[in-house]
Design a protein around this ligand. Structure first.
Ligand SMILES: [Zn+2]
Length: 846
């Protein structure tokens, strides 16, 4: 009896609590009791804890199990093997016709097919939450919104279930989410501590914003470097949603931001004006109405960049839908003091809940309007594309079959039509051969994405950028490309296919592998791991091979069969297997006497050292740049590198390694004894790879002695209005733009490259003079280096005189400085090899 009474009291208590919570988020609404609220399911009110991702998934599984109107799908897995899920909610009849609804939406987005009758088509809404793992209110808001949509008895919810199909991507970045949630929960105080200085509000480096490899996934909708975005984009193209949301958090003292973003200043150049001038204001009225009702403050238009196509709120704008970014003040933790009093986690969640509802109401009221816009968008894309004077883009690197295929796959992932090139062409001094080049016509529904891939953006209404102002993907892949109106498109290429080659059987004196292919470094690493001895040939030469006489370039690898520890058959077995795995062509030679150039036993041929790499990471160091390096080595080379925290560096014996990577950042935490250890090690033959600002520290510690470029100071106005400060100072930054650099093809940093020029990506305003040693600035900017993106006139002048890569000899070792971003966002396939050359051939560079 007593037990029963306790149970009764307990359930009454939970009922009241649940009621209270529902009342806070959804005042006055009644819900279907068969659907458990998040609180009923989790056992705590939303806002009390940062819900663990496995519990988030379990809640959606529950919704799927209890209701025919909810359907859960796993569309992929994160790096840390968390499932990527989508929950779809719609009426029973829409659920029964889901595939037909999807097909009709695709038909609407395809101008080559008759336009369907949009009057009966449901609105397709894609609600996305939590791309930044430490902006946690969004994923909690997603659970409440899904619950509301499924269980609310309100007219709006009923209407939405009948006339919309709503997809929830309830946690875009599960790995980052859990990293942050664990931090916030494990540092929570009882009672909560609102003091911003408390540990709960200040995560450990690198924080939960990013994914497993410390990448910002809200930049990855374009590069698609990660599984989270790959599956998301594949999903996107299965549905072409009319409206897509993207929920974030900003500073604790801020209020709430919703679109429109800053007019003209921060908009994408290929998006039709109608999106910004008409659709955004239509939707904004709804957000304002909902926020006014709860008395929450907000702002629009002032900042927030909407130009870079890799944002979650911009990609949909380039696909006939409306992308919407929302930002709430953050409690970062469960309760944090702000200028307006303590901000609770529940408060931030409610802000996102009401805007989730407002979005759905706006989408519903504009259902036919948005369908018609989707159609117009793709019809106008085709008609504008057919008039574009570029007409066709042709691309192809004759020496790098793998990178061509990676780029083709990338274009196909964005649903861009690619065709074989049926004629040999020469455009502006570049030649594109049939069989080794491809054609992308501008006359196609994805015309605006074609521009995104091949055009340089050069005109800007504003000069302050939140992020990158250049994103020409053909340049980041480093693939020769040109507009070729006369090109003839052959067969359409639907999928990439990595090259495969026949392995030359029989006896060999040595094997040769060209270094131009993107996966040649992985092949080298795999061979070294297998115990195969590999040498590097430092001059051009020609040899008689199984394919006759072949001209080889500097940087060719040689596997001499007379100098192997392994048995001959084992070397051949490894070579054959690894060549197939890495799509590498292996040449066989039966003599060391070459047809022309140096012979295989020349003094200019030598063993390739096996890299033993350590990278400094931790507070003060750019986690993005470190993450890009880690990601490159893991996913493109398969080479383990040690990531050592800067506070552990005094325990490192550098003599166990031959390469030290120092990403951009501050190294002031390294002790003086660590500095002397680095000096000693590099003087005795070590190689430091230094990125951007790390070079300033090396200079300061007198490990190197390079000079900054300084132009004569231009007179600046003596006084300016206070309110112009942000614009005036912001215009001096190099936010992210693309330049042409010139390579010394004879230097080992350039091995594998055949063109003297190469586009590079720069996002620093650190300008360094070329080395005083005339041989040691192997990469410098051309006389007219500007390709695309924003840069001030003064900065461009400084850039013209400066170095992109230079080498500082230091006793027996050297520092290799990179002042650009060769691995930027996992997207710069064209410059990755410069960085990998520094890893593999660093000891031969000075
Ligand atoms: Zn964010």
């Amino acid at each position: 009896m007593k037990k029963l009474l306790t149970a009764l009291i307990f359930s009454l208590f939970t009922f009241i609590q649940a009621y209270a919570q529902v009342d806070y988020f959804f005042p006055g609404e009644s819900f279907d009791p068969a659907i458990p609220s998040p609180e009923e399911f989790l056992g705590y009110p939303i806002g009390d804890w940062h819900t663990r991702y496995d519990l988030i998934v379990k809640y959606y599984e529950k919704l799927d199990a209890v209701s025919d109107l909810a359907q859960l799908q796993t569309i992929g897995y994160t790096h840390e093997h968390r499932p990527k899920i989508i929950l779809t909610i719609a009426s029973a009849s829409n659920m029964a016709n889901l595939e037909a609804i999807r097909q009709k939406q695709l038909q609407l987005a395809d101008p080559s097919k008759p336009k369907p009758d949009v009057s009966s088509m449901p609105s397709i809404i894609h609600q996305g939450y939590g791309v930044h793992g430490n902006e946690p209110s969004s994923a909690e808001a997603a659970m409440l919104t899904a619950y509301w949509l499924l269980a609310s008895q309100s007219d709006l919810a009923k209407n939405l279930r009948e006339n919309a199909v709503v997809h929830f991507d309830p946690t875009v970045n599960p790995d980052g989410r859990d990293r942050h949630s664990l931090w916030a929960n494990s540092n929570k105080g009882f009672p909560p501590v609102a003091d911003p200085l408390d540990r709960e509000h200040n995560e450990a480096w690198p924080g939960g914003r990013t994914n497993h490899y410390w990448f910002d996934l809200n930049r990855d909708w374009l590069p698609l470097a990660h599984p989270e975005s790959q599956v998301k984009i594949a999903w996107y193209h299965q549905w072409y949603p009319n409206v897509t949301t993207d929920f974030h958090e900003m500073g604790t003292n801020s209020t709430y931001f919703f679109e429109p973003t800053k007019p003209y200043g921060s908009e994408n150049p290929v998006v039709p004006r109608k999106n910004y001038d008409d659709i955004n204001p239509r939707f904004a009225k709804y957000f304002a109405k909902y926020m006014d009702e709860i008395g929450s403050l907000y702002w629009t238009k002032e900042v927030f960049d909407n130009s870079y196509p890799g944002y979650g709120s911009t990609y949909p704008d380039i696909h006939g839908g409306l992308g919407l970014v929302f930002e709430t003040a953050s409690s970062r933790g469960h309760l944090q003091a702000s200028q307006r009093g303590d901000i609770s986690f529940a408060f931030t969640i409610r802000n996102h809940v009401v805007n989730s509802l407002a979005t759905m109401e706006a989408a519903l009221d504009n259902r036919e309007y948005m369908h018609n816009y989707l159609r117009e968008f793709f019809e106008s894309a085709v008609s504008e594309g057919s008039k574009d004077p570029a007409k066709n883009y042709v691309f192809g690197d004759p020496y790098d079959a793998s990178r061509n295929q990676l780029f083709i796959q990338f274009l196909r992932d964005h649903r861009i039509k690619v065709y074989e090139n049926s004629n040999d062409l020469t455009v502006g001094g570049q030649s594109f051969k049939k069989g080794k080049s491809w054609v992308v016509p501008t006359d196609q529904p994805q015309y605006r994405m074609v521009r995104t891939m091949f055009e340089y953006v050069k005109e800007f209404a504003d000069s302050v950028f939140y992020d990158a102002s250049a994103w020409t993907m053909a340049a980041s892949y480093g693939i020769p490309f040109a507009s070729a109106p006369g090109a003839k498109a052959g067969t359409e290429v639907l999928n990439s296919s990595m090259p495969s080659y026949e392995f030359p059987e029989g006896n060999a004196y040595a094997y040769l592998i060209d270094w131009s292919d993107y996966f040649a470094p992985k092949m080298l690493h795999d061979l070294q791991q297998a115990g195969v001895h590999v040498e590097l040939i430092n001059r051009d030469f020609s040899s008689q091979t199984q394919d006759g006489k072949i001209d080889f370039a500097r940087g060719t690898l040689m596997i001499p069969m007379g100098f192997q520890k392994l048995k001959k058959e084992d070397v051949q077995k490894h070579l054959k297997e690894l060549a197939a795995e890495n799509s590498q062509k292996v040449y066989k030679v039966t003599t060391g006497l070459n047809v022309s150039g140096i012979d295989l036993g020349s003094n200019l041929v030598g063993a390739v050292q096996e890299p033993k790499v350590i990278m400094i990471v931790g507070p003060g160091i750019s986690s993005y740049e470190a993450g890009e390096i880690w990601h490159l080595m893991d996913t493109k080379v398969g080479m383990p590198i040690t990531k050592v925290n800067s506070d552990m560096f005094n325990r490192v014996n550098l003599f166990d390694y031959n390469t030290l990577i120092m990403p951009s950042g501050s190294y002031s935490s390294l002790s003086e004894s660590s500095v002397s250890h680095i000096k000693d090690w590099v003087n005795r033959g070590g190689t430091i790879i230094s990125m951007k600002s790390a070079s300033l520290w090396l200079n300061q510690k007198e490990i190197t002695k390079e000079s900054l470029v300084e132009l004569e100071k231009k007179a600046e106005p003596k006084e300016l209005p206070f309110e112009t400060r942000r614009d005036f100072e912001g215009a001096k930054a190099v936010g992210g733009s693309i330049y042409m650099a010139r390579l010394d093809l004879t230097h080992p940093i350039a091995y594998g490259y055949r063109n003297e020029t190469i586009p590079v990506y720069r996002n620093t305003n650190l300008f360094i003079q070329p080395s005083k040693d005339k041989y040691l600035t192997p990469i410098r900017y051309t006389a007219n280096p500007y390709l695309g993106g924003y840069i001030s006139k003064d900065n461009l002048e400084k850039l013209k005189q400066s170095a992109s890569v230079l080498i500082s000899p230091t006793g027996g070792g050297r520092v290799i400085h990179f002042f650009d971003s060769p691995n930027f966002r996992g997207a710069w396939f064209g410059t990755n090899k410069l960085f990998l050359n520094a890893i593999f051939f660093g000891n031969q560079m000075d």
